[in-house]
Design a protein around this ligand. Structure first.
Ligand code: SF4
Length: 369
C-alpha cells in the first residue's frame, strides 16, 4: 500500500554523479564500494555488476596507484553505473582517472599538496564537469585539528570539512558533496547535524567502519535513521565488514523503513510465538531470498495467527494470517476466498506475489502503449 513519508528533507543543491542526480529533490541514492583489488579488472567488474543487480545507484572503487588508474579505465568501459574514484593524496591519479571518465572524485583538497596541484585537480574537475566528494573521517583528522580538540568531536570533524570546503570556495567550485563519518554513532550524527546547517551542498551519509553484518547494520540504521528522519542526507553508504552487496540491501532497507524510497518487497512479519499456525520465520526467510528479483514496491504481511494478522493485512498489498490447518489470504486489505494449506505456504504465497507483480507490469505496459 502506498504509505508515504512525512519527512521534510533539508534543501540541498543538486549535483550530478554521472547521470545520477544527488541532492535537491532527487531520490536518496544508495552506494557501496568494491573490495576487490582494483587492478583485478574482471573481479571488480563482476562485483560492480552484482551491486548494480541489487539496486546500487553509484559505486566507488579505490585507486591507490597509477596501475589502479589504468585498471579504472578498463573497468569503466565495461559498466554503465556511475563510478567514483577514491583517491588519497596523489593529485596525478586524480587527473588520470578524470581523463578516464571518473564520474566523481573522492579526494580532500587539503590533502592534495601545494596550491598549484589543488588548482590543477579542481580545474580538471571543472572542465570535465566532474563533482568532488570531500570525505572527512573521525579516524584521520588533520594533526593540528586533533591537537586543538584533543579527540575527534563533531566540531573537529566539521572544522576539517569546512577547511576543505573553503579551498573549493576560493576556486569557485561548487559541485561537491561532503561526508563527516565516524564509527561512533552519536559523533557522526552530531557532526552531520552541525554541518547540515552550514552548507547547501548534498551530504553523503555513513557510519564508518560500522562493524560486521549484524552489528554494522544496526549501527548504520540507528545513525542514518536519526539523520534521515530529520531530513538530513542525500546519498548514503552502509559500511560493513561483509559482502558489499549486503551494504546495498541494508541501505535500501533503511530507506524503505522510513518510506523515503521503495524498492522491492517490504516484508511485515510477526516475531512468532506458540500461537503461530505455520512456520512464519521459515516462510519469511525463504521468500526474502526467492523474491529478491522483484523491484516493484509491495507490502507483504506474514503473520502467524489472527491476533495481529487481519490488522496487518488490512494495511498491506498482500497478507497471510495463520489459521488452523489453512491460513487466510488477503489482497489490498480484503480477505479472499482462497485459503493456503499451512504445509505449503511458501510456494502458494510466492505464486500469488509473482502473479500480482506480472498483472501490475501488464497494466503498466498497456498504459504506456
Ligand atoms: S501474531 Fe500471533 S503468532 Fe505472531 S507473535 Fe503475535 S500472537 Fe504470536
Amino acid at each position: 500500500m502506498s504509505h508515504s513519508s512525512s519527512i521534510i528533507r533539508r534543501v540541498s543543491k543538486q549535483i550530478m554523479v554521472g547521470n545520477v542526480p544527488v541532492g535537491g529533490d532527487a531520490p536518496i541514492t544508495v552506494q557501496s564500494m568494491t573490495n576487490t583489488l582494483t587492478t583485478d579488472v574482471e573481479a571488480t567488474v563482476t562485483q560492480i555488476k552484482r551491486l548494480e543487480a541489487v539496486g546500487a545507484d553509484i559505486v566507488r572503487v579505490s585507486v591507490p596507484t597509477m596501475n589502479a588508474a589504468e585498471a579504472f579505465a578498463a573497468i569503466k568501459k565495461q559498466i554503465s553505473i556511475p563510478l567514483i574514484a577514491d583517491i588519497h593524496f596523489d593529485y596525478r591519479i586524480a587527473l588520470k582517472v578524470a581523463e578516464f571518465g571518473a564520474d566523481c572524485l573522492r579526494i580532500n583538497p587539503g590533502n592534495i599538496g601545494n596550491e598549484s596541484r589543488i588548482r590543477d585537480v579542481v580545474d580538471c574537475a571543472k572542465n570535465l564537469n566532474i563533482p568532488i566528494r570531500i570525505g572527512v573521517n573521525g579516524g584521520s583528522l588533520e594533526a593540528d585539528i586533533q591537537e586543538k580538540y584533543g579527540e575527534p568531536t563533531a566540531q573537529a570533524l566539521v572544522e576539517s570539512a569546512l577547511r576543505h570546503i573553503d579551498i573549493l570556495d576560493r576556486l569557485n567550485f561548487q559541485q561537491f558533496k561532503v561526508s563527516v563519518k565516524a564509527s561512533d554513532v552519536s559523533l557522526a550524527v552530531e557532526s552531520y547535524q552541525l554541518l547540515a546547517k552550514q552548507i547547501v551542498q548534498p551530504l553523503h551519509l555513513g557510519i564508518t567502519e560500522a562493524g560486521g553484518l549484524r552489528s554494522g547494520s544496526v549501527k548504520s540504521a540507528v545513525g542514518l535513521g536519526l539523520l534521515l528522519a530529520q531530513g538530513i542526507g542525500d546519498t548514503l553508504r552502509v559500511s560493513l565488514a561483509a559482502d558489499p552487496v549486503e551494504e546495498i540491501k541494508v541501505g535500501f532497507d533503511i530507506l524503505k523503513s522510513l518510506r523515503l524510497r521503495s524498492r522491492g518487497i517490504n516484508f511485515i512479519a510477526c516475531p512468532t510465538c506458540s500461537r503461530q499456525e505455520f512456520d512464519v520465520i521459515g516462510t519469511v526467510n525463504a521468500l526474502e531470498e526467492r523474491l529478491e528479483d522483484i523491484l516493484m514496491p509491495l507490502d507483504v504481511s506474514i503473520i502467524g495467527c489472527v491476533v495481529n494478522g487481519p490488522g496487518e493485512a488490512l494495511i498491506s498489498d498482500i497478507g497471510i494470517t495463520g489459521g488452523k490447518n489453512k491460513s487466510g489470504y488477503y489482497e489490498d486489505g480484503k480477505r479472499q476466498r482462497t485459503r493456503f494449506d499451512n504445509e505449503n505456504v511458501i510456494d502458494q504465497l510466492e505464486s500469488k506475489i509473482r502473479a500480482r507483480v506480472s498483472r501490475s507490469n501488464e497494466a503498466n505496459f498497456i498504459i504506456k502503449v
